[in-house]
Design a protein. Structure first.
Length: 220
């Protein structure tokens, strides 16, 4: 029997592994930047040139993609909290068809657009339904950066119609936040200036921290 939503542990606990994985990357980014800044801070006041190593910044940029592969972390959390997985799947059985129905209704009421260019087919109703979920996750991520209360209010609006569930939108938002900082970490790999590489490593931290926050966020 599927448990009542109130009987499930909070997302913060259900997603403990999902939160721990990017948190490890935050620590690695800080250590890599420290390998640049600490030797400079320890150098004598009159010393102009200081030898620092770019290797830690390059290493963390290389492992970042692996650490942000949140699939294994989600699998571990799911195995621990199977009742929560059952509940989420039950919600998905309701929300996905609802999104498809909305997309189909829009397709019927809106004039047909031009055919796909160069033989590329137009998106199907099911693809639009998937994109609606991704778009909602991106929107919540963007709003959460500036005003978490506004993001919470918007999330409630998004789920009120029944086409989206709070957990699935927040899960998409986690991925959106985690991936936003990826370009900066990739740039750190090719940066020739140590300070620039360190700054790029640190610039990714707020995005990763937001992913951790969203992993533990709960609508209730």
């Amino acid at each position: 029997m599927t448990p009542d939503r109130l009987d499930l542990p909070a997302r913060r606990r259900r997603h403990a592994r999902l939160s721990a994985a990017p948190t490890t990357l935050i620590g690695a980014c800080a250590e890599a930047a420290g390998a640049v800044y600490e030797p400079i801070a320890a150098a004598p006041r009159g010393q102009e040139a200081v030898d620092v190593s770019l290797l830690p910044c390059k290493q963390v940029s290389l492992v970042a993609t692996t650490l942000l592969d949140l699939g294994p972390a989600r699998t571990e959390d799911d195995a621990r909290w199977q009742a929560a997985v059952t509940w989420a799947r039950k919600e998905a059985r309701w929300t996905y068809p609802a999104r498809c129905a909305v997309a189909k209704a829009q397709e019927l009421t809106e004039p047909a657009g031009p055919p796909g260019e160069r033989g590329v087919p137009l998106l199907t109703v099911y693809q639009f339904a998937a994109m609606d979920l991704m778009s909602a996750g991106d929107e919540i991520t963007l709003r959460w950066r500036t005003d978490p209360q506004e993001a919470d209010a918007r999330l409630r609006e998004l789920v009120a119609g029944g086409e989206l569930a709070a957990d699935e939108v927040l899960d998409e938002a986690v991925d959106s936040a985690a991936l936003t900082g990826l370009p900066a970490r990739q740039e750190a790999r090719t940066a020739s200036d140590p300070s620039t590489a360190a700054e790029l490593c640190l610039s990714a931290v707020p995005h990763i921290a937001l992913a951790v926050t969203l992993a533990g966020a709960d609508l209730d």
